[in-house]
Structure formats: C-alpha cells, structure tokens
Write a protein that binds this ligand. Structure first.
Ligand code: DTR
Ligand code: ZN
Ligand code: ZN
Length: 322
C-alpha cells in the first residue's frame, strides 16, 4: 500500500532531530558514531473499504428501484430517491452537500455534490460516479457499483476524521445515460477560475462487472500510475481502458482541461482468451452480459472486482489528496 510521503517540513524536522541527537562534546574521545533510531515517520495509509458496506448500498439502490417502477433512471422517482439516500448518509457524516438541478428531455435532473470541510480550496481533488440507471432496470453494476464505492470512500474519509492537504469533493451525476448530461451541466456551471483549482477528477462507472476486466483510464499519467501501483501491489495485471473516450463522466472534466482518471471492469465487449489468462473468467462472454438490461441486479456483480476497485478508489484519494 503506497504510503503518503513525508512533507518537506516534516523531513526537515526529522533530519534536524537526527543532527541534534548526533552532536558530541569537544575534547572527549569521540564515541562510536551511533545515530539514534529515527522516530517512525508519520504516514497515512488508506483504510480498507468494507465490501459488506458497499454491498449494503447496492441493496439499498436495488430496493429503491423495486419501490419505484423498477429503475433509477433520469427524471423518474427512483433517481431522486437514490439522491436522497446518498445525501442522507453524507449529511450524517459531516459533509457539506448541495443538490444541483438541471433539465433534460423535459424532465428535472439532479447532481449531488459533497465537500469534505478543509484542505486547500485551491487544490480540489474530486471523485465521482453517475447515479442514474437506464430505464430497463435497477442499474446495479451500471452504475450503483461506482456510486456505492464513491459513497463508501467518502464515508471512510469522515470516519478517519481526515485532514487532507487537498480539498476533497465527491459527486454523483444525473442523466449520464442520456449523454453525460449531469456532469456536463456541473462543469459548465463552474467559473473558469474554479475549474483551474481542480487537480483531478476520478471517475468510477461500472466497477463490478460479473466477468471483470481491470481497466485503468490512461488520460492523466499521474492518476493512471496511482491506480496501476495499487493493482501491482495486489499482483493484478491491468489494461488501458480503450472504450472510454467520451463514454463516461470523466469526459466532461477532460473537455475543460481537468486531469482525469478512473477504473472500469467492462461492459458489452467480450473477454478474450488472453484476458482470461490474466484475469480468469469466461472468454467469448461479455464483461457484463446484463449491460443496460433488466438483469443488471445485485446478482450481476463480481464481489472480487467490486472489492478491489472500491479499495483502489480509497487508495487513490489518500495517495493523491492527503
Ligand atoms: N457509458 C457507460 C458505460 C461505458 C462504456 N464504455 C465505458 C468506458 C469507461 C467507462 C464507462 C463506459 C454507461 O453506459 O454508463
Ligand atoms: Zn450505462
Ligand atoms: Zn455507466
């Protein structure tokens, strides 16, 4: 697990402590030089994100869809119920939340934005996921998986009482399935001076596919390497995400020059035999056979993929933002 490195001042203090500890009295025979054992450096490692907690959010999203016509789509009651569920958890955890309204296709849509108080307001690190489903189903892999992982990562920040260097912001987007409508509305609403404060945006859309691949966006090299380092630590090979240009909400941020990255476990494309060699699963079968279908339920999830990607999300927030 990559540990946050010491800041320069802390290193200076550490070196200073060593130097003072190493001074000797003049005239006396110099004792054997035995540097004192340095105090262990204070580093912050990301917590493990509980798969149980993430799946509990999936169960809630599933129940919300079942109680609202079978979906969580833009402009339908299941979507607003999903927003209210996530907002309730974040408000209780000490986040400053706001709901941004927009209109698409004659229906009202909503983005949910949550700021963790503190950090440098001129260095914003954001993580997000689209919260809407298609109309044909509950949208558990697409994209309750990403929404739940981002929610649980935000809650982990709160549980840790984190005081990060950067200002942490989290977002849940509406109407992604209609063409990145919510995230585009959000970015468009930002004055250019505010956009310039973003150090990066991390996107999580479909991160629990049942026949998973481990794909890392290659848009920004620093963010890409952060995720690759995490998976290398697990001994899990990754591939560059090649489907994505314009295919999810990171495109809205990239289009205005904000560095982006993210993770993806695959949609309707089929897994090759070479990919089965590295990841297991079934060749000639789609990464997610229920993509945009009514069978995208809580049974349409790989626990291993969801667990790994949820932990990777937290790892990246701590590595890049703390
Ligand atoms: N557009 C997403 C699914 C999707 C397809 N290709 C990519 C690449 C990277 C992230 C997501 C996707 C959706 O249907 O929500
Ligand atoms: Zn989709
Ligand atoms: Zn999606």
């Amino acid at each position: 697990m990559k540990l946050a490195t010491l800041t320069a001042p802390a290193r200076a203090v550490l070196v200073g402590a060593l130097a003072i500890g190493g001074l000797f009295a003049a005239g006396a025979p110099a004792p054997a030089a035995t540097a004192p054992t340095p105090a262990p450096a204070k580093v912050l490692a990301a917590p493990d994100i509980s798969l149980t907690n993430v799946k509990a959010h999936l169960t809630q999203f599933s129940s919300i869809a079942a109680a609202n016509g079978g979906n969580r789509a833009h402009g339908r009651p299941g979507y607003l119920a999903s927003v209210n569920y996530v907002k309730g958890k974040l408000d209780a955890a000490g986040f400053t939340t706001s709901v941004q309204q927009f209109t698409s296709g004659g229906r009202t849509g909503y983005n949910l934005i949550a700021d963790w108080p503190g950090g440098d307001p001129n260095q914003i690190l954001m993580a997000g996921a689209h919260l809407d489903s298609v109309t044909t189903g509950a949208g558990i892999n697409d994209n309750a998986s990403g929404s739940a992982a981002v929610l649980e990562t935000a809650l982990a920040v709160s549980r840790a009482g984190l005081q990060p260097t950067k200002h942490l912001r989290f977002g849940w987007w509406g109407a992604e399935e209609l063409g990145l409508v919510g995230s585009r509305a959000y970015v468009s609403s930002l004055p250019s001076a505010e956009r310039a404060k973003f150090d990066g945006y991390l996107n999580f859309d479909m991160i629990g596919s049942p026949n998973p691949g481990y794909f890392v966006y290659d848009d920004d090299p620093t963010i890409e390497q952060t995720f690759k380092t995490y998976f290398a630590g697990l001994g899990v090979p990754t591939e560059i995400e090649t489907e994505g240009d314009g295919r999810s909400d990171h495109a809205s941020f990239k289009n205005v020059g904000i560095p982006v990255g993210g993770l993806f476990t695959g949609a309707g494309r089929t897994k090759t035999t070479a990919q089965v060699q590295k990841w297991g699963g079934t060749s000639g079968q789609a990464f997610d056979r229920c993509y945009h279908s009514s069978c995208d339920t809580t049974a349409n999830i790989s626990d291993t993929a969801l667990n790994r990607n949820s932990d990777a999300a937290a790892y990246a927030i701590w590595a890049l933002g703390v």
